[in-house]
Design a binder for this molecule. Structure first.
Ligand code: SF4
Length: 387
């Protein structure tokens, strides 16, 4: 049996032997990235509750102590002393507050490919943070321990926006990723950290379900460099029954991001029998092409049974390949398979000459021959942010 270091080492040697081009990550860096990617920075125990409380943005006072939250399309109507659906926003005497400002429950340095963002600064490090909470309740959530809990029941540490930016700079990351749980619900913290990061030259990327209202999203997008949206299905029934959200809210969000020309990538977790029909994937591919554009990368990711969906099997690779074929037939230029390390559909191919220009293994870039955003073989542009 090989351990993961031997395995990666052999991959790198194999890539060199095959003449696959310039190796972007030194072996030592790759192992360092592997180690840091798996390390949860533990908190110092429960912080002082009041230090995490911050007045919320995007709410309306309705009188009689009632407030209406305008952050996400749920539009929670919240009475004095109660919280919204996401569990982290609370009405105190007719004013709305977030309880997760600077309340960090997970902090890692990840390869940007882990988000996954494949066309955004390939092989760069992303300083990744999360607070507890989510505005969805997906039955297949990978991080349900932090996304589906009240914030005060999770071990967290206080990390101010300034401190997060400082740690990101020290780690050598080129970006800060708001990820693992749902960053919409820690909006004020994300916005402030992104602003501070931009002042120090560290960009921000949001890894999100895309369920956010227009006004809040517009304000946030001004501070972001890229967005990855989990496009969970192309069916209102799926969004309502499996996720506790709406497809319409997410579609509007994707349209707005595309209109603003922010770098966007989409991930679709394909769950056997629930969202994998040919008809649904065809309709989704057509909609993406017409509303977000042919250059938006789409990642079809492999489901593994977990949380409340342990009764379903792992997604067959053939199903993912069928999804890729459907999208390519509809003209989408960059379509990937995720959670199947070693599959050829992890690599980027030039839309012009079809030559491979970025070779990956899982979260790691083994070679990248894109030069000045162009294919080295035919000069065709490769969409993305490569500098
Ligand atoms: S952000 Fe939270 S409180 Fe606000 S509308 Fe969405 S679920 Fe409700």
């Amino acid at each position: 049996m090989m351990d993961r270091r031997e395995f990666i080492s052999n991959c790198l040697k194999g890539a060199c032997a095959l003449g696959l081009g310039h190796i972007l990550i030194k072996e030592s860096d790759l192992f360092a990235a592997l180690d840091s990617a798996g390390t949860l920075v533990k908190g110092n125990g429960f912080g002082d509750e009041s230090s995490f409380v911050h007045e919320a943005m995007h709410f309306t006072r309705l009188g009689d102590g009632l407030v209406r939250c305008g952050l996400c399309p749920h539009g929670c109507l919240v009475s004095d002393g109660a919280r919204g659906k996401c569990r982290v926003r609370e009405n105190r005497g007719g004013t709305y507050y977030t309880r997760v400002f600077s309340r960090v429950c997970a902090m890692h340095v990840d390869p940007i490919e882990k988000k996954p963002l494949f066309h955004y600064k390939p092989a760069s490090k992303s300083f990744s943070i999360a607070t507890p909470g989510c505005n969805f309740s997906c039955s297949f959530c990978q991080n349900w321990q932090i996304s589906q809990s009240n914030p005060e029941s999770i071990d967290c540490q206080y990390v101010s926006p300034d401190e997060a930016v400082r740690k990101a700079v020290e780690s050598g990351a080129q970006s800060i990723a708001y990820t693992y749980s749902e960053p919409t619900i820690f909006y004020e913290y994300m916005l402030e950290t992104a602003r501070k990061g931009n002042e120090k030259g560290v960009k921000s990327v949001a890894i999100t379900n895309g369920f956010m209202c227009e006004q809040a999203q517009d304000q946030l997008l001004d501070q972001l460099d890229a967005v990855k949206i989990d496009f969970k299905a192309f069916s209102e029934d799926f969004y309502r029954e499996v996720c506790g959200g709406t497809l319409e809210g997410v579609k509007k969000s994707i349209q707005r991001i595309a209109k603003k020309k922010k770098w966007l990538e989409l991930v679709v977790l394909i769950i056997p029998t629930l969202n994998d029909s040919r008809e649904e994937i065809t309709a989704m591919a057509e909609w993406i092409a017409s509303e977000a554009g042919y250059d938006v990368p789409v990642h079809f990711s492999r489901f593994h049974p977990q949380y409340k969906l342990k009764n379903l099997p792992v997604t067959p690779v053939a199903t993912l390949e069928r999804c890729v074929d459907i999208c390519r037939d509809k003209g989408l230029r960059y379509v990937y398979i995720g959670n199947a390390p070693g599959h050829p559909a992890e690599n980027t191919y030039c839309p012009g000459c079809k030559e491979m220009v970025i070779k990956r293994y899982g979260f790691y870039v083994l070679s990248n021959t894109v030069k000045d955003g162009k294919c080295p073989h035919c000069g065709h542009g490769i969409a993305g942010i490569f500098s």
